[in-house]
Write a protein that binds this ligand. Sequence first.
Ligand code: PAF
Length: 277
Amino acid sequence: MQTVRQIDDLRQALDAFRSEGARLAFVPTMGALHDGHMALVEAAKRAGNRVIVSIFVNPIQFGPNEDLAKYPRREQADSRLLANAGVDLLWMPTPEIMYPEGFATSVRVSGVSEPLDGAHRPGHFDGVATVVSKLFHQVQPHVALFGEKDWQQLQVIRRMVADLDMPIEIQGVPTQREDDGLALSSRNAYLMPEDRARAVALPRALGAAAKTIGEGGDRAAALAQAQDSLTAAGFEVDYVALVDAESLAAPIDGRPMRLLAAARIGGTRLIDNIPVL
Ligand code: PAF
């Protein structure tokens, strides 16, 4: 695996792949890789014949009181994992390359960015859309892969790519879970053992509410029950919401629906989501 940190080196490596006629599959990450990321890499290997991964902890998607400073950074371990998985190119730009002095551009995707995490983390999705747009321009992949765990992020990126006619196929990859159902996340590393044990309440609350709603039960009661069970497990709940799976607006009968939740336990904010079938 080749590792590059400068734009010129990135372009040279990508030109070589393109001259082979390769289909480029791209996985953007912020590092601290776990099996969820590795599932994206495996999907990328199926989707293309050259796999590029980026690691960049994007400062502009963190709010002032969020965990940018303590966000886990494990460059060497990540690099080993990616090399062993057969990744072709690791792109690790510096903050100076991504946001040089005078950087003044922002990409904002209205509508789908606004509710849920958009309301609880002002500016977060502008930061995501801006960095992903810049990474897409740098790498110019044929296909890019994102985890369904960040469902709203996936819809924001799909909207951006459609609106800006970016010639990139976006593939969502199903959430990877621990044996007890907790969604894999780099932030799980912050959980103290007792909070980790209680965190399973999040997928369980979503599962129970999705079942009730899917069977035609009372939606408001199912959401309230999910909130109550999260509070009883020690979570502070930001939201539990049933939304249209694509627009993240109010659900419309006959269209796919998704149940999303965000809640904090022991100071760690976890998110999760599942379809309502
Ligand atoms: O999902 C992530 O890890 C990040 O939000 C992303 C897409 C790499 C942008 O920084």
